[in-house]
Design a protein around this ligand. Structure first.
Ligand code: GAL
Length: 833
């Protein structure tokens, strides 16, 4: 495999990997049955619950964002969601990934939405598809494609014709896609519910009457698409009558939808929280999460979704149970990754782990998943009674203790009864009497009695087995060795090829596609977010008088910018003067000039575009306000009016030096002891594909800031920025209301050091029922002896159709000879009918 990395201010480079690939060439079709997954059914609702195929249901949902994993991971993620007790998978739809260029759609690879939905269906789970298309989600620009800013006259998320036109076009596209693939439940597919907009209630006021009109328009536009399943608008108290209103938050047990005819839905149960570069890692205790969920069903809730699926960001959710049992190492891969430059901002990290912090080695062990799995089992036992009653019967058991009892006629005849006993006291255990029996309720806990008598579960009693995560470092810690010593040691241990190579990235304007204009331009207007980087260059002439003036005063001139985001690097004559990091902060940077002409270079960088709030289209990046040089003899130099030369991105980006196809074209040199690395360097190496099926983790903790690619896949930004020293709790008490700054960890350490590669489950295949007999020969012919190959997965290419009407997947595992200095394992997966 090849690893390429672009590093800014690199201190040193380390890589963790594991060892050689197996000598196997295995090839098969894994069929995914197309067509009906269920007998077609309808979904409606009453005040109590969603009515699925004619029956009220108590549903548990697991959030899995398909582009935050790879297609190879999806089957496992979905299967484990089911195993953990989920009935539903929930995902947003990511517009920016599906329409990266206006009018050009992408439904391939991690964005193969239909494939994901089919996998959910084939596992027997339902799907809640939140189309948005604004999604927030800590995703770059809230999921909007950045080109949307350039639509003339556009204002996002309000009664604005250009916006409504684009939004309608995209939402229609997705609904049509689902309908054409027969993915709606009334077609036998898994989609039981949709979502339009996302938490618009939070920003609606900013748009005045136009905001209210927009809500009505969005609702009727969505309903007009004839999807035939309920639509949700979360956190939308003015959601029209035929649209469901839903709650998001840490607790939703007090939630009342905006109409007595609507059920109580919880679309986002935040089982952790996201992290910023330089932040500590949030952690929500399992007991508290279980308490919140139990309280929700206790007080009339009927649909609850873990945001995110704990597999993606924590071990809190039941859906992860199997991972822990099987191999905790998987968790880091399922950690949910903002691959490429998809993480939102300001400053959200590459991992969307949400609560399962990757430690220095990318691992941490917790028992919490099992606790929630048990909770779901208990809730399932209560389901007959929960759906039989129109409302719970309420009994006060003490000053801070209460019972909710659900009883009625069971579906198969006979009476059913379930009860929840809650102690919401944060400190004291309560001893209560219920139906003539005594019960002990730990503080901040709920006991679940599926027969109104026996306690099947208490949220504060973690009965789940504790798993111990093991860190399997590739090699002993390398301490403070130099990069070359490390490389040498790694080589001798056969861990890595002798192939660390480096390529200097030029400082400043590097190519012909630059342009010069008067004044400072807004960063995104220039980059269109095609790169994080924008170079600005201007010439400053300095007189002898200026120099003597500075000498005399003992002071140097200073660059002063009113406001900037996210990172600014200041260079004078190609030497770095300083770097400023912040989100719309004032920047003041002393600079040293020489007599005569000086090149002042400013490099602005984005680290995830804003994803939350009103007026996103106006947010922009780079500089705001004035920029000047102060301290000159003849007064300040107003840089806002100077002539600037602009260049978007880095040369290596333009030349795709990170890609399998193009990297050889660049002039890489071997990494030599005396080599003095520039502030901007590209590094690449090759390593054998690690054995086994576990995810590979790169430990980039000793790097500076940059981006990394594996086999040409952009795996994300990295930054070894250290979290503040203070603020982490020594102990974590589950009792009492959770907030994201409670129980945080990792203070004083880099926020993220481990990065997973977007690769799949080699070695885990077995020949499916739908196997094309020519598979091996077709693939061997196309690939043997080549560094890369392309195989179209079509009936024509494989000269037969072993199972008509079935979606096929081609799995290829290959081994290259270790002596080859080329990208080793390449895997391509395509689907066709
Ligand atoms: C919600 C939003 C989600 C996500 C979450 C925080 O407000 O709807 O998309 O951003 O916050 O993780």
């Amino acid at each position: 495999m090849s690893l390429a990395s672009m590093a800014e201010s690199t201190r040193n480079v380390t890589i963790r990997w594991r060892i050689p690939p197996p000598i196997i060439a295995l090839l098969l079709f894994l069929p995914i049955v197309a067509g009906s997954y269920f007998k077609p059914f309808n979904v409606s609702y009453d005040h109590r619950a969603l009515i699925v195929a004619g029956k009220r249901r108590m549903l548990v949902s697991a959030g899995v964002h398909y582009p935050r994993a790879t297609p190879q991971m999806w089957p496992d993620l979905i299967a484990k969601s089911k195993e953990g007790g989920a009935d539903v998978v929930q995902t947003y739809v990511f517009w920016s990934g599906h329409e990266p260029v206006k009018g050009q759609y992408n439904f391939e690879g991690r964005y193969d939405l239909v494939k994901f939905v089919k996998l959910v269906g084939s596992s027997g789970l339902f799907l809640h598809l939140r189309i948005g298309p604004y999604v927030c989600a800590e995703w770059n620009f809230g999921g909007f494609p950045v080109w949307l800013r350039d639509v003339p006259g556009i204002e996002f998320r309000t009664d604005n014709e250009p916006f409504k036109k684009e939004m309608q076009k995209f939402v229609t596209k997705i609904v049509d896609l689902m309908r054409e693939a027969e993915m709606f439940c009334w077609q036998g597919g898994p989609v039981i519910m949709l979502q339009i907009e996302n938490e618009y209630g939070d920003v609606e006021k900013s748009y005045g009457q136009k905001g209210k009109d927009y809500v009505k328009w969005a609702a009727s536009m969505a309903l007009g698409l004839g999807a035939g399943v309920p639509w949700v608008m979360c956190k939308q108290t003015d959601a029209p009558d035929n649209i469901l209103d839903a709650c998001n938050g840490y607790y939703c047990d007090g939630f009342k939808p905006n109409s007595k005819t609507k059920p109580v839905l919880w679309t986002e149960d935040w089982d952790g929280w996201y992290t910023k570069w330089g932040g500590s890692l949030p952690h929500r205790p399992a007991e508290d999460l279980a308490f919140a969920v139990a309280r929700f069903y206790q007080r009339g809730g009927s649909f609850q979704n873990y945001y995110m699926n704990a597999c993606e960001h924590s071990m809190l959710s039941p859906v992860c149970a199997a991972y822990i049992n099987e191999s905790v190492r998987r968790l880091q891969y399922f950690g949910g990754t903002n691959f490429g430059r998809t993480s939102g901002g300001p400053f959200y990290i590459t991992s969307y782990d949400y609560d399962a912090p990757l430690d220095e080695y990318g691992l941490r062990s917790e028992p919490k998943w099992g606790h929630l799995k048990d909770l779901h089992a208990a809730i399932k036992l209560c389901e007959p009674a929960l759906v039989a009653a129109d409302a719970p019967q309420y009994k006060k058991l003490g000053s801070n203790q209460e019972a909710h009892i659900y009883h009625g006629d069971g579906e198969t005849g006979g009476k059913v009864c379930a009860a929840f006993l809650a102690n919401i006291d944060e400190h004291k255990t309560a001893y209560v009497k219920f139906n003539g029996q005594s019960y002990t309720l730990p503080p901040w806990s709920v006991s679940i009695l599926p027969d109104c008598r026996h306690v099947a579960y208490n949220t504060a009693k973690v009965g789940a087995q504790t798993s111990v995560k093991t860190v399997e470092p590739a090699r002993p810690p390398l301490g403070s060795m130099s990069i070359l010593q490390k490389v040498a040691r790694q080589d001798s241990a056969s861990y890595i090829s002798k192939s660390w190579m480096a390529l200097k990235e030029p400082i400043g304007i590097w190519g012909e596609n630059n342009f010069t204009t008067q004044g400072l331009l807004e960063h995104l207007n220039v980059t269109k977010d095609q790169s994080d980087y924008l170079w600005h260059k201007t010439r400053i002439s300095v007189t002898e008088d200026d120099i003597s003036f500075w000498k005399k005063n003992g002071a140097n001139p200073t660059l002063s910018v009113d406001s900037m985001r996210d990172v600014l690097r200041v260079f004078v004559n190609k030497q770095l003067s300083g770097s400023i990091v912040g989100h719309w902060v004032k920047a003041v940077q002393p600079v040293l000039f020489v007599q005569g002409n000086n090149d002042l270079l400013l490099l602005t960088q984005t680290v995830g575009l804003q994803n939350y709030g009103a007026f996103l289209e106006k947010d922009g990046a780079g500089f705001r306000g004035k920029a000047k040089l102060t301290g000159f003899k003849n007064g300040d130099v107003d840089l806002s009016k100077s002539s600037w030369t602009y260049q978007v991105g880095l040369k290596g980006e333009a030349e795709k030096v990170y890609s399998v196809e193009h990297n050889e074209k660049a002039e890489w040199s071997t990494l030599e002891t005396e080599a003095s690395p520039s502030i901007f360097m590209w590094y690449k190496t090759y390593f054998n594909t690690p054995d086994g099926t576990d995810p590979v983790v790169l430990d980039l903790g000793s790097m500076g800031k940059g981006q990394a690619w594996v086999n040409g896949h952009h795996i994300g930004r990295y930054w070894s920025i250290i979290a503040q020293k203070d603020g982490c709790d020594k102990t974590c008490d589950y009792r009492g209301a959770y907030t994201s700054d409670k129980c945080t960890t990792n203070c004083g350490k880099p926020t993220q050091t481990s990065y997973g590669t977007p690769r799949g489950n080699c070695e885990k295949f077995s020949t499916g029922k739908c196997h094309a007999s020519k598979s091996l020969s077709v693939v061997s012919e196309a690939c043997k002896g080549r560094n890369s190959c392309f195989i179209e997965v079509s009936n024509a290419a494989f000269q037969s159709d072993p199972c008509k009407g079935t979606l096929k997947t081609l799995a290829v595992m290959a081994r290259c000879s270790p002596s080859q200095n080329t990208s080793c394992l390449r895997q391509r997966e395509t689907a066709s009918d």
